[in-house]
Design a protein around this ligand. Sequence first.
Ligand code: ATP
Length: 378
Amino acid sequence: MLVAVYNPVAGGCTAKQVFEDEVFPLLAQHKKSQLKQFSTEHAGHAGALVKELIDSLDAGVQEITVVLGSGDGTLHEIINSATTLNGGRNVKVSIVLIPCGTANALYYSVFPPGEGEGPHDRLRSLKSYLGGGTRKPITVAVTTPVSASGERNPHPLLSSVVVSTALHASILYDSESLRKEMPGIERFKVAAQQNQTRWYHATAEFTPIPGSGDVQIYDPSTKLFRTVSESATKLEGPFAYFLSTVNVDRLEVAFRITPLAVSLPPSEACLDVVVLRPLRHPDTTSESEECRKEYVNHLWGTMTGAYRGGDHVNIRYSNGEAAVEYYRCGGWKWIPAVDDERAHMICTDGYITQIERGGHASCSIGSQVDNEQFAIYA
Ligand SMILES: Nc1ncnc2c1ncn2[C@@H]1O[C@H](COP(=O)(O)OP(=O)(O)OP(=O)(O)O)[C@@H](O)[C@H]1O
């Protein structure tokens, strides 16, 4: 089954126009105009629609192709509604992605614009599909909130781009209220400034990559990953930044936060995690107001490297230590300090979930079955 779904309010509200002017005419040229078409009417609609369509398929039909005009958030809704992990049928979902959102992290990671390239072609996934191109599996990260009594939430949250806490989760949380006045990526920058002196108290624990059986860290002196000892797989806060990605090396077209996902690709599905802990900086001697203010310069000095092609991963402090701790793992557990309210926020592809006080969140790479259910035409 082939369907078209677009979110008319994603990004700069361009999806309707893009579909009418570019997507539908190209589909018609390829004799594929007989498809069901939907414009989403409310948040959550895309996920409900695709789930309904899957449920209506004849028993023998094992695949649905969705020409999707949206950002990463609407794709996130579809994945979470359709996944077998949340009771969905085991039907393969192939996405033809038309980037109509604000950040479009997945699209720009799969189709990065070349250096000095002009306006970016937003029909590359569609052209791949029409030309019989490749279905690239979408690896999922599975995040489970766990209550104070140790009860795992029965509905895990799937992500196809990012799972984060700390600064990034705060940015996504605060930027949502700025969406109307700032439809573009500038709202993320405003929210970042609002949160730049906040640190997050928590403990993070990494679990091994399933195949290799180890947790790895990037070493800028060798420009390679190495195995970390078991005792070094547990990190104490405070944290400024804690973010893991799957499928992407960037969160916006020019913000390559996990560049090694592409430049040093892993041999199997895993999570790339970028961590910044202020007290690792040689000049940061305490958690005082003064140190927090001073650390803002170090924070942005490092993070802006993501806008320079991802060179933050090679920045080193005066003591030779890497500014960024860049891990590769099979999963992680985030245990917020009970009295740090903001440390209880988890962001999964832009959606914010609160961890129960006294509880924690665990995130792991999806199983082979989970990682084979969804794919994007690339
Ligand atoms: N008709 C609608 N009215 C209001 N909200 C909608 C409607 N249709 C979808 N949504 C919601 O719009 C939100 C934003 O969509 P989406 O994430 O695709 O775009 P974006 O946030 O602009 O882009 P990105 O995620 O790439 O930054 C989603 O949370 C989705 O649930």
